[in-house]
Design a protein around this ligand. Structure first.
Ligand SMILES: Nc1nc2c(c(=O)[nH]1)N[C@H]1C(S)=C(S)[C@@H](COP(=O)(O)OP(=O)(O)OC[C@H]3O[C@@H](n4cnc5c(=O)[nH]c(N)nc54)[C@H](O)[C@@H]3O)O[C@H]1N2
Ligand SMILES: Nc1nc2c(c(=O)[nH]1)N[C@H]1C(S)=C(S)[C@@H](COP(=O)(O)OP(=O)(O)OC[C@H]3O[C@@H](n4cnc5c(=O)[nH]c(N)nc54)[C@H](O)[C@@H]3O)O[C@H]1N2
Ligand SMILES: [Mo]
Length: 764
């Protein structure tokens, strides 16, 4: 894609349409129900609406593809366990419109590139496999067989298997993900970048080092029983709406809630459960007891300040830390305390941007409660110091003995509905040796133990022409990754780009020399195979594995399941050099699960246990104070206060989600909870920062980021004055991904720092 194409893709629509209202402090309620219903009615076939709403997240039904928040173990709502945004996710997937040969004959790739992401998404569900030949202007239909052969030809023509990149997005089920990584490893590479590289990778890295498991330790029940829940860098009203019902229970049981966020996000302030008709009429629950408007990336300052004050109290009173827990279960306490003492409380507080009185309110809650849960999401993980952020919050939990007991622990709230399961079953460019050994024992080939490319490394390799084939199982790579212009060139350098997708997206339009679109079934659709309709499985954010089974008819009879696509590609590529008979799996997914239970720990008796309504919990050492770290204990860690010095004219920008999108899928142009309507190309700014720059509401500005001498630009954004700390600003992802430098990422985890981008703002 040329620079001109990138600009064209970013052309703003009419700016006059923007409407700004005072943001509500309440979430869900009638407005939420109305928004969801109108979306469903507009896009879903009437006959399917009831089937979907009655089966979503129900035992025996299908798992909502919206987010990874767990379902209650017992009392599921009879209205269906869904939320406004889950229903919108379904409305996208279960669209009435389909697009196939005619659509692509009438619309060239160039013409489609000119549409906005919103328009691209609304074109309909992909209905048949399509191929873009070298130099062609239009996609044309191709048979499944020819498509598989094409992928096989390209892969087999590579000098080394490491010249191929196999991306996964987190909707892929356990069954498809397991087979996919198995194929990739038998093909001979570990190039398995996935969306978690851009998401919770920093959580995984930090938690593995400190607690010996890269996942959270709490269950839903813990959340109900906590004394204090800290919600840090997360916007649940939009991204995990069902979490608010859980927090409401925490409150009902007497627990306190603290929200740490540069923005006063609506649902964290007050929430009306749409599943509760009485609450809908009487007005909702105030959720947060204390709101802390931390500056962007000021969390380390805040946590260090909390730790320093706790230490001060402990040294005076001796009853603040859980010394029995520290003694028995942790390592590195003395070094940690010594390092902590090198920091100055006032400097930490200044770095956090939090006032002393506000700090005292949170501190009192932390001091006086011992069953603490910390929940977090992208506000902590998408910074250069992301791994340190998470290790520091673990330090706090360890001092308070708040790990591995009822009502306490870590709660990284995952994004995609099966992103956690994908990693569990082997989607990992750096899989542990023990896992690779089990593959070797089971299948008789030796998987490479060289680490593969993560997302950032994959982009560089394609740009440098070291990788030549890109295969994406789900997702929208070009819109999700940083540094759009550079990354577009990386994809353009490939000989072949392939996407297994449900919906048209920008990654189908920013292609290699040849390209394939392979359309697959969505979560809600029945998966017919030789042995009948297949069931699949997913793992939620709290380590519960449960089944998911489609309930509506597929939108086209030319779709394949992801499992079948992987089997088709594997069989066409590896042919008789494979030790595995691939096609058997697609006829009966029980066979895939039989294999998973042999290779992955915790899946014993998988097929039977999956029949249990509600599924089963995977083992979790941190939950029972068995820390599988090198020391055999929970490790304290030493983390630096980031040395952030903005230049005088600079702002720090976070790229966030609006209420009307799922990652790169744009449901609509409103962000109701932030009071913004009809427009996405906006920049939320502190009003004093606007004054300093002589900017008024609705002024149009260009944004520039200057990172190690490279200047990146995003043009034409409308200024909206907002309640955001000084020197901070916010824009929506993916519009400003052009500004995220490829080289700005979290150490160890390599998560792009898309929540702390230094920019300058210039009036147009
Ligand atoms: N409807 C819907 N649901 C989704 C998604 C979606 O796009 N739409 N995406 C899914 C995915 S993949 C994910 S990963 C999750 C994402 O869920 P979130 O992490 O909630 O999503 P973001 O919009 O990225 O929001 C980050 C929040 O962190 C705050 N924040 C930003 N920087 C900082 C900081 O430095 N410190 C602190 N304390 N806070 C900060 C922002 O103000 C914002 O409230 O949601 C999942 N669920
Ligand atoms: N600047 C910035 N960048 C970010 C982020 C940010 O906060 N700021 N967030 C990051 C995060 S947390 C994430 S997780 C990534 C997301 O990155 P991705 O996971 O790559 O992106 P999505 O937008 O979720 O992918 C949407 C596409 O997936 C396809 N799809 C949907 N359902 C299915 C299915 O069931 N099967 C298959 N095969 N395909 C399906 C559809 O074609 C749809 O267009 O983006 C990251 N990028
Ligand atoms: Mo994510």
């Amino acid at each position: 894609m040329s620079k001109k194409d990138v600009d064209k893709a970013l052309t703003p629509e009419k700016f006059e349409r923007l409407k700004v209202k005072t943001p509500p402090n309440n979430s869900a309620g009638f407005d939420g129900l109305r928004a969801a219903t109108s979306h469903a009615v507009k896009y879903i076939k009437p006959a399917n609406i009831l089937k979907i709403t009655q089966n979503i997240n129900q035992k025996g039904g299908f798992d909502c593809p919206g987010c990874a928040w767990p379902d209650p173990d017992d009392d599921r709502s009879s209205l269906g366990e869904y939320c406004e945004n889950g229903l919108k996710a379904m409305a996208e997937e279960a669209q009435k419109n389909t697009i196939g040969a005619d659509f692509f004959a009438n619309n060239s790739v160039d013409a489609l590139s000119g549409l906005s992401d919103f328009e691209i998404g609304k074109s309909g569900r992909l209905a048949e496999p399509m191929f873009l030949a070298k130099g062609a202007t239009h996609y044309q239909p191709i048979s499944w067989e020819a498509a598989f052969a094409k992928v096989g030809e390209h892969l087999n023509a590579l000098v080394h298997p490491d010249e191929a990149v196999f991306y996964t997005s987190g909707r892929t089920t356990n069954e498809a993900a397991f087979l996919y990584q198995l194929f990739v490893r038998e093909f001979g590479t570990a190039n398995l970048p996935d969306c978690s590289n851009m998401c919770h990778e920093a959580s995984g890295a930090a938690l593995s080092q400190t607690l010996g498991i890269g996942k959270g330790s709490v269950t839903l029940d813990d959340l109900y029983k906590a004394d204090l829940v800290m919600v840090v860098g997360q916007n649940p009203a939009t991204n995990h709406p069902r979490m608010l019902s859980a927090l409401e229970k925490t409150k009902k049981n007497g627990g306190k809630i603290v929200a740490i966020n540069p923005l006063p996000e609506a649902g964290l302030m007050k929430f009306t459960d749409p599943q509760n008709p009485i609450k809908m009429l009487t007005g909702g629950t105030k959720l947060s007891d204390v709101y802390v408007p931390v500056t962007i990336n000021g969390d380390m300052g805040l946590f260090k300040a909390l730790l320093l004050k706790l230490l001060e109290k402990e040294e005076k009173a001796g009853n603040v830390f859980d010394k029995a827990f520290i003694e028995e279960h942790t390592a590195g306490y003395e070094e940690f305390i010594k390092d902590l003492k090198t920091y100055n409380f006032d400097e930490c507080l200044v770095a956090s941007g939090v006032s002393k009185s506000n700090f005292d309110e949170v501190f009192d809650l932390v001091l006086n409660n011992n069953k603490i849960i910390i929940c977090w999401a992208m506000g902590l993980t998408q910074h250069e110091n992301a791994v340190d952020n998470i290790r520091e919050l673990v330090n706090l939990l360890l001092l308070k003995g708040s790990i591995g007991k009822e009502g306490a622990g870590t709660c990284p709230v995952r994004g995609h509905s099966n992103v956690q399961g994908d990693r569990t079953v082997g989607i990992w460019e750096a899989a542990p040796q023990a896992f690779l050994d089990k593959i070797e024992i089971k299948y008789g080939f030796k998987p490479t133990n060289k680490h593969g490319y993560s997302v950032i490394e994959a982009i560089k390799a394609m740009y440098e022409k070291k990788a030549k084939v890109f295969f994406g199982l789900g997702g929208n790579f070009i819109s999700a990754v940083p540094d759009t212009a550079y990354s577009a060139q990386a994809l353009a350098n490939c000989n072949l780009t392939v996407h297994v997708s449900t919906k048209l997206n920008r990654s189908h339009l920013v292609t290699g020399k040849e390209a394939l679109i392979l359309p697959c079934l969505g979560r809600a659709e029945k998966d017919y195979q030789k042995t009948g309709i297949q069931t699949q499985s997913v793992e939620n954010s709290m380590g519960v594995v449960s089944s998911t089974k489609g309930v509506i008819e597929p939108c086209s009879d030319k779709l394949m399941s992801e499992v079948a696509v992987v089997c088709g590609v594997a069989s066409a590529t590896l042919k008789n050099r494979s030790k595995i008979y691939w096609l058997q799996y697609q006829e009966n997914y029980d066979l895939v699960r039989d294999d998973i239970q042999e290779v992955v720990d915790g899946f014993e008796d998988y097929n039977n246990r999956l029949l249990k309504p509600g599924g089963f919990y995977l083992p979790n050492g941190a939950r029972i104070r068995q820390f599988k770290t090198k020391t055999g204990k929970a490790n304290f860690s030493m983390n630096k206060l980031p040395n952030w010095k903005l230049k005088r004219e600079e702002l720090v920008m976070m790229t966030i989600r609006s209420h009307d999108q799922f990652n790169t899928t744009i449901y609509g142009l409103n962000d109701r909870y932030r009071g913004v309507f009809n427009e996405r190309r906006i920049i939320f700014m502190n009003r004093e920062d606007m004054k300093l720059r002589s900017l008024e509401e609705r002024d149009v500005v260009n944004l520039k980021s200057d990172y190690s001498g490279i200047v990146r630009e995003a043009r034409q954004f409308i200024v909206v004055g907002y309640d955001i700390p000084k020197n901070c600003c916010a824009t929506y992802f993916p519009e400003t991904n052009v500004l995220v430098p490829l080289d700005s990422f979290a150490h160890t985890a390599k998560t792009p720092a898309s929540k702390s981008i230094r920019i300058t703002v210039e009036k147009v």
